[in-house]
Write a protein that binds this ligand. Structure first.
Ligand code: ADP
Length: 478
């Protein structure tokens, strides 16, 4: 297992402080990795700056070939990397393998988009002039990524950055650096030149301060909490560093009276219990029509009772441990305050003991009689909890859905075509799933509005995040 920083193609421990990476399922110490700070970050930016010109001089097809090779190696080694991912993050092995496929798809998609970066020519206002619009790579970029999708959140940034001709300095989350370092090893094997990818583990404040304090780093792409996004935005003002911010969410999921309840339950399972509810697009508030409320809860409870909670490495497990102790405390607080304010526990509501394992396994939980002012309807929960609120009128459902500062993903279930259009247009969200609990895919633009941030990742849209637009006005001299 790789445990060092990758700087300029070299694996370096640096000889300084380290920090431990723990398996959330059983508290086992998996590895010690470098507690890097300013010095390592600057060394990585040096390397990324040196590597920039030769990487840009390659053809887009050459760069695409390297990215496709990295994708191929990632898929080939999915069982090994998936195991590392499950051990440091907790998600069931089947989900880790799914994440690796998803991660590879971003590399492949970006590789091809990089071959289709088009400029423009624009008719000029005089005959002896030509106007050219060039798309050029922004330069050295940074990526700060979260622990919930430790491989895919990197490739979603790395793929388009490299395809566009940028180089990158990556800081993975402290809880999950090992799968990121394993990806770095594969990148070296795939032929990514030294300095084009650099990965440093360590102190998030020192590393991000060094990134944003250095004018050579032209862009930072961040996925994480709104709170940290705000801090980074303030610090980015020093060098006017470009930002992409994919921040927190508080996704509503509306079940209308005409919905197919089997599809609504399947969608709920997909977007609520995947990754133990720890995704930024997990549904966090279930807004269910009064007339089908009881039937929906009954069907959902039947499905939820079949979910197996346990160590993600074990066959047949659907729900692994939450990432750390603060995560468990937050989930319990959301459930307890809801119940204290009048919500009814349908099932779950506490951690579940598992022999020889940690206390971070939370039972899949359904709460009904939830009202919008409860904490669970205000703050992102990041856990396997389904809080259900009732509604009667469409307008009321949309109003409840939009009543949050966040705007990442929203879901609704209906078979009425005009409702599909009306509600999709009225929801103030960057992503809307209609009868679909799993909308994320490499070819679509992923990102939010309001306090969920800005910028889009995926599809052709992501390329703009890593490109500058240059206008050349050319006047003939003869
Ligand atoms: P989460 O609550 O999901 O852990 P965070 O926003 O805390 O989300 O973490 C996402 C990423 O941001 C991680 O890589 C983490 O190390 C980094 N991070 C956390 N705090 C800071 C900070 N103050 N400045 C810069 N990066 C940070």
């Amino acid at each position: 297992m790789q445990t060092a920083n990758l700087i300029n193609g070299q694996w370096t421990h640096g000889g300084g402080d380290t920090f431990g990476v723990i398996n959330p399922a059983d508290d086992q110490l998996l590895a010690e990795v470098p507690m890097s700070g300013r010095q390592e970050t600057l060394a990585a930016i040096d390397a990324a700056s040196e590597a920039l010109a030769p990487w840009q001089e390659r053809t887009a097809r050459d760069r695409a070939d390297v990215l496709h090779e990295l994708s191929r190696l990632l898929l080939e080694q999915a069982p090994r990397i998936g195991r590392i991912l499950t051990m440091e993050q907790g998600k069931p092995m089947a989900e880790s393998l799914g994440e690796i496929g998803y991660a590879a798809s971003f590399l492949d998609w970006a590789a091809e988009e990089g071959c289709r970066i088009y400029g423009d020519t624009i008719p000029a206002s005089s005959n002896n002039k030509r106007i050219l619009v060039l798309k050029q790579p922004v330069g050295v970029t940074g990526a700060i990524t979260p622990w919930n999708f430790p491989v895919a959140m990197i490739t979603r940034k790395l793929g388009p950055a490299l395809a566009a001709g940028c180089t990158q300095v990556i800081k993975p989350a402290e809880d999950t650096p090992l799968s990121a370092l394993a990806l770095g090893e594969l990148a070296c094997e795939a032929g990514v030149p030294p300095g084009v990818i650099n990965i440093i583990t360590g102190d998030p404040v020192a590393i991000s301060d060094a990134m944003l304090g250095d004018p050579r780093l032209r862009k930072l792409s961040f996925t994480g909490s709104t709170e940290v996004g705000r801090i980074l935005m303030q610090k980015a003002s020093t060098n006017l560093t470009r930002l992409s911010l994919e921040l927190g969410g508080h996704a509503p999921l509306i079940v209308f009276d005409d919905a197919d309840l089997d599809i609504a339950v399947a969608g709920t399972l997909a977007c609520k219990f995947r990754n133990m509810g720890q995704t930024c697009i997990s549904a966090n508030r279930f807004i269910v029509h009064d007339s089908i409320h009881d039937a929906f809860i009954q069907k959902l409870q039947d499905s939820v009772s079949a979910l197996v909670v346990g160590n993600g490495l074990h066959e047949g497990v659907h729900v692994g441990p939450l990432i750390n102790d603060p995560a468990i405390e937050k989930v319990q607080q959301h459930v307890d305050t809801a119940v204290a304010s009048g919500a009814t526990l349908v099932c779950g509501g506490s951690t579940t003991p598992i022999e020889s394992m940690s206390d971070r396994f939370y039972q899949p939980t359904i709460l009904m009689d939830v009202t919008p002012e409860m904490l669970i309807c205000q703050e992102e929960t990041f856990g396997p909890i389904v809080p259900v609120v009732r509604f009667t009128e469409d307008d009321e459902a949309v109003r409840l859905a939009n009543a949050t500062p966040y705007g990442l993903a929203a879901y609704f279930f209906t078979n009425d075509a005009s409702r599909v259009i009306r509600v999709s247009e009225a929801l103030e969200y960057g992503i809307v799933g209609v009868n679909d609990g799993a909308p994320s895919t490499a070819q679509a633009p992923f990102g939010g509005v309001k306090h969920s941030g800005y910028g889009r990742e995926g599809g052709r849209y992501v390329m703009d995040e890593y490109l500058e637009t240059k206008y050349v006005s050319w006047q003939f001299t003869d």
